[in-house]
Design a protein around this ligand. Sequence first.
Ligand SMILES: Cc1cc2nc3c(=O)[nH]c(=O)nc-3n(C[C@H](O)[C@H](O)[C@H](O)COP(=O)(O)OP(=O)(O)OC[C@H]3O[C@@H](n4cnc5c(N)ncnc54)[C@H](O)[C@@H]3O)c2cc1C
Length: 409
Amino acid sequence: MKHVIIGNGIAGVCAAEAIRILDATADITMIGDETFPPYSRPMISHVLDGSQPHSKLPIRSDHFYDELKITPLLGQRASAIDVDNKQVHLADGTRVNFERLLIATGADPRPLKAEGLDLKNIFYMRTQDHVKQQVAALDGARRAVVLGGGLVGFKAAYGLLKRGLEVTMLITSGYPLSMQVDQTAGHMILDELVHHGLKVEVGVSACAFEGNGSVQVAVTDAGTRLPCDMVIVGKGVLPARTFIPKDRIDLDLGVVVDDHLQTSAPDIYAAGDVAESVDIARACRWVNALWPEAASQGRVAGLNMAGRPVAYPGSLSRNVMRVFGLDVLTVGNANPQEDAGCRVVETGGADKKYYRHLVLKDDILVGVVMINRIEQGGVLRSLIENRIPIRLPPEILITPGFNFGRLLS
Ligand SMILES: Cc1cc2nc3c(=O)[nH]c(=O)nc-3n(C[C@H](O)[C@H](O)[C@H](O)COP(=O)(O)OP(=O)(O)OC[C@H]3O[C@@H](n4cnc5c(N)ncnc54)[C@H](O)[C@@H]3O)c2cc1C
């Protein structure tokens, strides 16, 4: 069987490993436009904040491709898929035949529309090349502007603050991480960042950059001029799917997959940030662009490609992070729309220095945010993952130290 995998991120790597476990002789080709060995993308934020060296980024040995008998086509970009002839077209004109194909191309930073983007020291934050350039730009930098309050913008701001820069964050929502946490938690996180020196402007973005070769000023759409030596753009990501023929493979925001991670075209699968599967908490299709989901989707796709039918249970947003003095845990849909018919139960708050917030739809737990008292977060996550009906008053669940054995009695 000839397997081709486009993308050598965690989804592609886990798929190749799963195929090789089941089939020692399968022909596996991986196409990737990055040439660095497979690496941890989330960890680039730790390289930026100085807690990890660049050399810690790889997640597999230098001999990964040889050891797994994979043919790597690195530094190569897939430009099209010919579904009928089962071929991937590469940008240099080469055609690669496949019997089973995995699209694992991840996501690209959402492009910013602004004048002056060609100035030096304005960066996106997605690749190890980006972070290498950012770290080089730190030398002599005093002031930075970060655009976006999502996971990447937030991590960029945190990293630059830790490096001792004066950082201004521009966010369109009222607080950072608004996709992950509710307003109370968001403001606790914001206060912690502000306490450590972050400046924040809400409801604005940058519309232009000025400078003399390198960026010197970010101009906001509210008319403010912010002097800066570097800018990091972290305004979300978009699934990397522009080369996929939309008349042959169903696309929505991402590449639509079924519960075996197969696309609408036979023998073509998708996994990771590019794939749109069912979200367990939201009970609808969703792109959860997260590392553990990309890894498990890659594994499941690889097993299916190698001929072992395995159903994917659905994806779930989850994260645990440390923000200076706060431990933050989020799972599922913690911030549902007002008309979603959800019930919220919470305890604690900024004055108590901890916070617990649960979201229930009928008697099913669908979202959790915890700050500081994050113990038992794993049990709550498993209640969401397994859609276990909560028969007790949910207020009991947020009491720190609650005996979860009572759920089973
Ligand atoms: C700064 C940062 C912090 C993050 N923090 C967290 C976190 O705390 N927790 C968490 O769960 N997730 C986090 N993430 C998200 C996580 O990194 C992604 O969900 C994960 O890397 C997705 O893996 P993937 O294999 O689907 O895609 P990717 O890692 O994007 O890999 C896809 C690969 O395919 C290549 N490619 C794309 N198009 C083509 C093409 N046409 N031809 C050839 N190659 C192509 C890309 O260049 C890339 O190398 C973070 C991401 C960033 C950037």
